[in-house]
Design a protein around this ligand. Structure first.
Ligand SMILES: C[S@@+](CC[C@H](N)C(=O)[O-])C[C@H]1O[C@@H](n2cnc3c(N)ncnc32)[C@H](O)[C@@H]1O
Length: 223
């Protein structure tokens, strides 16, 4: 799947609906996610924050109200165009490009808190998980924290594709390179990536009120 084309098309097909543009469930659960990220990263007014794969900025502009400044990075030009429409917060900057080239895109800037929400599944090709985590770490200040939220969990694959028909459809779409879900990650694989970089990685079970807690998990990285 070409994720850049995929998200550019979704943005075009949903010109007026901020929730559908990033395929979120609703406004209420989006605000719940904002509070969840703020709490886990302990975001304060002093923090310089980076939102990786920020989409149309629906979360970025809420986090902006709680921190010193924030940069949102996304490879979809169309979603970033949508992010800029009606944007009121003055402490946000948006940068277009792939998270796989983050440190180059941001000219070596460092951040106190970094998050990537609802997007880690798109790093589905060989070594991309490793590469993107190495890029996140390059952009992190000493004692900073990285939150990776809403990762589909390999062990919970059958809870998402919970009928034979759904599984069959998944395998067919995957063969045709049309699977829209991305990768279901093994926690042990992310643990191994963190170990390789010599940083602390912690699996976080999502609170039940998170809409996708039945098949997704969160992950915290500290250096
Ligand atoms: C489900 S949306 C999530 C948007 C936002 N984080 C949120 O939670 O509302 C996934 C986003 O990941 C972005 N994305 C996927 N692969 C990317 C990559 N390699 N670099 C930058 N952005 C990427 C897409 O363009 C899309 O905006």
């Amino acid at each position: 799947m070409n994720w850049k084309k995929y998200w550019d098309r979704i943005a075009i097909n949903n010109p007026h609906n901020k929730i559908s543009q990033v395929q979120r469930k609703d406004e209420e659960s989006t605000l719940l996610t904002v509070n969840h990220i703020t709490r886990i990263l302990d975001i304060t007014r002093e923090d310089k924050v980076l939102d990786v794969c920020c989409g149309n900025g629906i979360i970025t502009c809420e986090i902006a109200k709680k921190c010193n400044s924030i940069i949102g990075v996304d490879q979809s030009e169309n979603l970033l165009k949508a992010a800029k429409i009606g944007a009121k917060e003055l402490n946000i900057e948006y940068v277009n490009g792939s998270a796989l080239k983050l440190s180059e895109l941001l000219n070596g800037q460092k951040f106190d808190k970094i998050y990537m929400q609802f997007s880690f599944q798109y790093f589905d090709k060989k070594n991309q998980g490793n590469k993107v985590i190495s890029e996140l770490l390059k952009c992190l200040n000493p004692n900073g924290k990285i939150f990776i939220g809403d990762i589909p969990e390999c062990n919970k694959f059958s809870e998402y594709y919970n009928t034979a028909m759904k599984k069959l459809r998944f395998y067919k779409e995957r063969l045709l390179l049309k699977n829209e879900m991305g990768k279901f990650w093994k926690v042990t694989k992310i643990d191994a990536i963190c170990k390789g970089f010599g940083v602390k990685g912690t699996y976080l079970k999502q609170p039940q009120e998170c809409p996708y807690s039945y098949y997704r998990f969160d992950y915290l990285i500290e250096n």
